[in-house]
Write a protein that binds this ligand. Structure first.
Ligand code: OGA
Ligand code: MN
Length: 297
């Protein structure tokens, strides 16, 4: 299958045309797609008619093992709408397909997706490629997703700052990111199951050698630093990385499929009219890149 790649933004994000991902299972086409992801970090593919099992199968062909520790299911666990644990529910619907009540814990978890983040950075291993499919209903307007190019943001940092952060690690926690929006109703069992994870502040794509900032709303402090100093540095880095020139906004259409590299981007959902259903479903692969800072020295 031959695919066409059309850039959507001066720095990153492209639309991949002429492809039905359900049927892509040959090495050369998958390699072309991986090259497009290395170059653009976000790829939009329109008109993909996935069922859940087809979406999971494609993600496994593309990158292997799927992450189950991501999204609202990572916290809430039970009362699932989608059968497979590998399918992350990014909708505003409950297990009966009805709109979630405003006070439902799962809606509050979903609300936290409006903070800039990278998927499953609070887990070890974190998420690598996320693949989000617009399956059914979408609100009449809004409900977009924004992406920030963390490679371009890293490149734009002053050299002294690059040197300062080169060997730093941040602690990422989903309990922390929810706390920042005032949600702290975690049970002791949930807290014990969600201890968070340490991640390097800078990640390198092993195939291109390109570096990217690795921060998120989940990042609570710099390991080994006093909390206030670390938190201020993290907030500065997120602010720099999400300046308008680094951001691409995706407006969803039915059957859109978007793949992003969580090591090279951050993303956030935008507000929409919550009287309407919005049915998006995600799978995320496991980050298998060894991070040198986490190896014993
Ligand atoms: C996600 C996510 C934002 C949105 O799928 O991981 O953060 O716009 N989505 O729904
Ligand atoms: Mn997300």
């Amino acid at each position: 299958m031959s695919l066409r790649v059309r850039p959507l933004h001066p720095l990153f994000a492209a639309e991949v045309e002429g492809i039905d991902l359900r049927r892509v299972d040959d090495g050369p086409t998958l390699a072309q797609l991986r090259d497009a992801m290395d170059a653009y970090a976000v790829c939009v593919v329109r008109e993909q008619q996935f069922e859940d099992d087809e979406q999971m199968a494609f993600a496994r062909r593309f990158d292997g093992e799927l992450n189950t520790k991501t999204g609202r299911g990572a916290v809430e666990g039970d009362r699932r709408r989608l059968a497979a644990r590998e399918m992350t529910d990014i909708s505003n619907l409950d297990e009966y397909g009805k709109l979630l009540a405003g006070t439902d814990r799962r809606r509050v978890q979903a609300l936290a997706n409006r903070l800039w983040h990278t998927d499953a950075s609070f887990a070890s291993p974190p998420g690598r490629y996320s693949m989000l499919s617009a399956r059914g209903a979408l609100p009449p307007s809004g409900g977009e997703t924004e992406y920030a190019d963390m490679r371009a943001a890293y490149d734009a940092l002053p050299e002294e700052l690059k040197a300062e952060i080169a060997d730093l690690r941040a602690h990422h926690s989903i309990v922390y990111s929810r706390m920042t929006i005032g949600f702290d109703e975690f049970t002791p069992e949930q807290r014990a199951r969600l201890p968070g994870a340490e991640q390097p502040l800078v990640r390198t794509n092993p195939r291109t050698g390109r570096k990217a900032l690795y921060v998120a709303s989940h990042a609570s402090h710099i390991v080994g630093w006093p909390v206030p100093e670390g938190r201020i540095l993290l907030k500065e880095l997120v602010a720099l990385a999400t300046l308008p020139q680094f951001v691409y906004r995706h407006a969803w259409r039915p059957r859109d499929f978007v793949i992003w590299d969580n090591l090279a981007t951050m993303h956030r959902g935008l507000a929409f009219d919550e009287r309407y259903p919005r049915d998006l479903r995600r799978v995320t692969t496991v980050d298998r890149e060894p991070s040198p800072l986490l190896q014993p020295r």
